[in-house]
Design a protein around this ligand. Sequence first.
Ligand SMILES: Nc1ncnc2c1ncn2[C@@H]1O[C@H](COP(=O)(O)OP(=O)(O)OP(=O)(O)O)[C@@H](O)[C@H]1O
Ligand SMILES: [Mg+2]
Length: 286
Amino acid sequence: MIEVKNIKKSFGDKVVIEDVSCVMKAGQCNLIIGSSGSGKTVLQKCMVGLFEPDQGEILYGGQNFTAMKGTEKTEIRKEIGMLFQGSALFDSLNVQENVMFPLNMFTKDSFKKKLERVNEVLARVSLADDVNKKYPSELSGGMKKRVALARAIVLNPKYLFCDEPNSGLDPQTSLVIDRLIQEITKEFNMTTVVNTHDMNSVMEIGNYILYMYKGNKEWEGNNREIIFSKNQRLNDFIFASEFLQDAKDMRMLEETGKIPNHRNMEEMLRKDAPSMGTSSDTPPTN
Ligand SMILES: Nc1ncnc2c1ncn2[C@@H]1O[C@H](COP(=O)(O)OP(=O)(O)OP(=O)(O)O)[C@@H](O)[C@H]1O
Ligand SMILES: [Mg+2]
C-alpha cells in the first residue's frame, strides 16, 4: 500500500500539484487519469522520489518515505519498478542489456544468474529468446513496452509505476499490455500505479481511479462507479464524444432503467435506427 498525504509541488511560481491525498492499494492497478498537463507525471515522480514534494508525505507500507535519507531510502527505491512515459529504453543497449541494467546496478549476482533472471522476465512478458540481441530501434511499439515492463519488474518490485504504458499503441495491443500489467500485479501482489489517458484501460483495469484536474484530486472511485458518476468534469473528460455519451447512457438504462439527464435514449434509438425494408438484404416477399 502507498499512502499519499497532502502532496504539494510547484515549479517556480507555478503550482502543479495543489494538495493531493490518496491511497494506492496492494494487489491492484491504481490509475491516475486526467487531461494533458493535469499533473499525473509530476505526482508519480513525487511518489517515487524523483521530485521532492514541497509539502506532504508519501508512505510505503506505513513507512514515511519522504522523511527517509540515504540507505533507508535506497532500500525502498529497490522495491520500486518504473516504466517511464515513452518506454525510455537505452538506444545503445540491446534488449538483454536494457533489462539487465537494474540487476547490474543493484545486485552482485553472477552474469549467469542475471541472464537467467532476464530471460525469465522476458518470457513473462511473452518475448522469445530471439529478441535478446535486438536494439530498441528494431522493435515494434508493443515490443518496446514489453521490454520496458520486463526491465521494470526484473528486481521483483513490490511497487510498480507505469507512466502512459499504452501511448502510441493500437487499441488491441494496448489491451494486451493492460492485461499483462494487471496479471503481473495480481501474480506478485504488487501495488501498481498507472498513469493513463486511455479509456479502454480505465474500463479494463481501473480497480481504483484517481481523476486529476489542474493539479487537484477531482474525483476517486472504481471503473463501475465512473459510469454512474455525476461529476461533470469527469464525465466531460471520460465521455468526451457523443458516441461515448450514448454508451454511458445505454449502460445506465440497462442498470437502473433510467437516464439521469435530459437525453431520451428511446427517442434517440428510434431516430438513429437504420430504416427497415430498404436494404438490398431484405428478402423478397411472395
Ligand atoms: N521539470 C519541470 N519543470 C517545470 N514545470 C514542469 C516540470 N515538469 C512538469 N512541469 C509542468 O507541470 C505540469 C504538469 O505536468 P505533467 O507532466 O505532470 O502532466 P501530465 O498530466 O503527466 O500530462 P501528459 O498527459 O501530457 O503526460 C505541466 O504544466 C508541466 O509543464
Ligand atoms: Mg505525463
